[in-house]
Ligand binder design. Structure first.
Ligand SMILES: [Zn+2]
Ligand SMILES: [Zn+2]
Length: 119
């Protein structure tokens, strides 16, 4: 899919994009809408406890919902999840809590530039 949440429509020899929320849009319009969506999405952070991308994550990396039910077991589980290691397709590894830092690292950015899906 070229634009998040939009379906491509051919009409009168032109390409349009449509979805339920915005209806039929020209490519110019859908570009603006998608830039807005991307900005909204970039504000979200992954809560490692409920594993959901949320906008209400505090400085400790916990969403509001999970903050309201803290227990000792939860705190340990949370720490384990934060320090869990992942292998990245760029060849590096990162801890869950360092994911966003890793994604901004030189190695990862070089990998992404070489593997740009739109090339
Ligand atoms: Zn949560
Ligand atoms: Zn990476």
């Amino acid at each position: 899919m070229k634009y998040i949440g939009f379906e491509e429509v051919k009409k009168d020899g032109k390409t349009y994009y449509k979805n339920r929320e915005f209806g039929l849009c020209s490519e110019e319009e859908v570009k603006k809408i998608n830039a807005g969506i991307a900005e909204e999405v970039s504000k979200l952070k992954l809560c490692p406890f409920c594993n959901v991308w949320k906008s209400d994550i505090n400085h400790k990396g916990i969403c509001k919902e999970c903050r309201n039910k803290p227990t000792k077991a939860y705190a340990k589980d949370h720490k384990d999840r934060l320090t869990e290691r992942f292998n990245c397709p760029c060849g590096g590894t990162y801890q869950r809590r360092n994911k966003s830092i890793h994604f901004k690292s030189k190695r990862h950015i070089e990998y992404e530039n070489e593997n740009d899906p739109y090339d």
